[in-house]
Design a binder for this molecule. Sequence first.
Ligand SMILES: [Zn+2]
Length: 456
Amino acid sequence: MPFTRLIVRAMLALAMLCPLPALARPVLLISIDGLRPADVLLARQRGLTLPNLTAFLANGSYAQGVTGVLPTLTYPSHTTLITGVSPARHGIVANTTFDPMNINDGGWYWYAEDDKAQTLWDAAFLARMTTGNVHWPVSVGARHITWNLPQIWRTGHPDDRKLVRALATPGLIVELEGQRREGYADGKDETLPADKLRAGFAQSLIRHHQPGFMTVYLTALDHQQHLTGPGSNEAHKTLEAIDAMVGEIIAIERQFHPDAVIAVVSDHGFASVDTAINLFRPFIDAGLVTIDAAGKISGWEAMPWATGGSFAIVLARPDDAALRAKVGALLARLAADPGAKIAQVISEPAIVAAGGNPRAAFYVNLKIGAVAAPFLSSGLPLVLPSNGYKGMHGYFPAAPEMRSTFLIAGPGIAKGRDLGEIDMRAIAPTLARAMGATLPGAEKPPLPVLQQAQDK
Ligand SMILES: [Zn+2]
């Protein structure tokens, strides 16, 4: 073998042994709930003025769209964004917990103990970085967040503020409120003024503590798109205001961490809706859900678990073949009825393959435009008006409307690189690599966002 080829072989072998190159940079991760990728990619065509978000297209790398998880809901998606694994692995399979008898007062998966996967906060901690968080989902009690303002609410009563103070890093809210001379946002408040407060608190947290890895979550665009629909004037105004907040947060981060890698993500896209589907009607009629004299659920054999544009179906006895067959036949009958607006019903092998809820025996995807109704009242029909909702998500992730956003920029990140369509599970390992950490459990490899010289 010629000497030069030997050298090349030796170098290749050495390269295979070397770990992936890491940047070991501070990382700032901002999530804009419900941001559709084309609102940034086609901002000008859509009449949107988004100087800070569109700057990523020239100064950084970006996805045409991010394919999300089953279901395309806020909590499952944010937990995939922070862990790199599917809902089946991390365990945050819906926004709301499974509560067939409606005793949990609409409780969400607020608690980090329900997330079974390693997070980027954990990875940063292991890499000896400090971490900060403002309002990221499923962060209550997260062990490795140095300065944590977690998301939680109960009723919207002023007492909720005491709950947030008690669950945040001790003293942090009082400290930041003193610096800012204003109160922190209510946990239940998803409006633009609440985003402005949280963005301001994020800036103060960065200014005073400079966490090496920082997460910030903004809710108002999702809230507005639910109310007035994606692409509405109100949604556009909200997004333009959020763009300005993102610019301010980035400016502070750059002031304290000029070498920071900054990523902006969203959790899912959005679709316009006009109808709601109440699967409780046929389940009650088939005797699968029983109702007491007061009209409340008193028992169940099979329970629809509403997840936005889809339903997980949980069986009381998963090993009961007759029950499974009965529910399967009912769902097949409904799927054949155009009025039920069912796009697809999948069962266990397909749910496992999609990384969806392990407790679901079936998963029902509605047609875009229809919303899965939770249990409201025993007397309601199958088809309902969408009850004030003009936009929704939560459909199966294959729907193009459900694509979400990924933008990343900073020293060492390729400029103007179009990553095409990416998998949401690739984002967390990419950010771990940027901070010089690892997420060994991630289901996808890091994205090729590094500049060529460092890509080898
Ligand atoms: Zn969301």
